[in-house]
Design a protein. Structure first.
Length: 249
């Protein structure tokens, strides 16, 4: 079942959905969480991932993320559902004993929070996305094997897409033809630190479609990565929540 988002504010919480110059687009209708499909679901996990697999955790309850394994200092509290209404699935980037270091939107770019491995459901991630900002291309891999390479629009020089490690938090479909988000959105854990003055669309990063296909492959966004509709639909059918996304300069 699709879950509608909480109004236009949620739809506008993505950073780079407008052009870097010229008039700003009108707010898009609120997207909806894409219905889960078997191909877009992480695999239940034995303790150790196989080669070319990553780990993710699905939160079972509101969870405190710690500054370090065993630390009493809480750096973020994360709910079972994301801002957009999806189950919260966070990529694991570090392991230490019975503790897992994860990425989350609440931590900011580069921040890692720690939770006990028993506090969440452990999942294997077989898909991964890498983005080459200088080439303006993204690559989708499964178990290390290249499946799809496609061009992307990146941030304009004054609002560059920040490199780093992120994860897919939400798979969203837009509600209307002509949406500046195109058909669909893969929201990421990252944020745009260089939000343009006067921009009211929030600072979350995403890979999304566009109503301006000619912009794909150019440095024109406020930070998000724009892809063509065919590539986005391919990703939506396959990429699960928690998929790691690495953006390189």
């Amino acid at each position: 079942m699709r879950r509608a988002l909480a109004g236009l504010g949620a739809a506008a919480a993505l950073a780079g959905c407008g052009a870097a110059a010229g008039p700003q687009p009108r707010p898009a209708p609120a997207p909806t969480v894409a219905p889960g499909a078997p191909a877009a679901r992480p695999v239940a996990v034995p303790p150790a991932p196989r080669p070319h697999e990553a780990l993710a955790v699905e939160l079972l309850r509101r969870t405190a993320l710690r500054a370090a394994p065993g630390s009493s200092r809480v750096v973020a509290r994360v709910r079972r559902r994301t801002t957009f209404g999806s189950p919260t699935v966070l990529p694991v980037v570090r392991r230490r004993g019975g503790w897992l270091g994860v990425l989350a939107p609440e931590l900011g770019n580069g921040g890692v929070g720690w939770l006990r491995s028993t506090a969440a459901g452990l999942l294997r991630e077989q898909w991964a996305i890498t983005v080459d900002l200088s080439a303006r291309r993204a690559t989708l891999r499964k178990l290390g094997r290249r499946v799809l390479t496609f061009p992307v629009a990146v941030g304009a020089p004054e609002h560059p897409t920040p490199p780093g490690r992120y994860g897919v938090t939400d798979r969203l479909r837009t509600a209307a033809a002509g949406s500046p988000y195109g058909c669909c959105i893969l929201a990421l854990t990252g944020h745009q630190p260089e939000v343009p003055q006067g921009w009211t669309g929030g600072d979350r990063l995403a890979i999304h479609g566009t109503s301006d296909p000619a912009s794909v492959g150019a440095p024109v966004s406020h930070g998000c990565l724009r892809a063509g509709g065919q590539a986005l639909r391919f990703l939506m059918r396959r990429v699960p929540l928690g998929t790691p996304v690495v953006v390189r300069e």
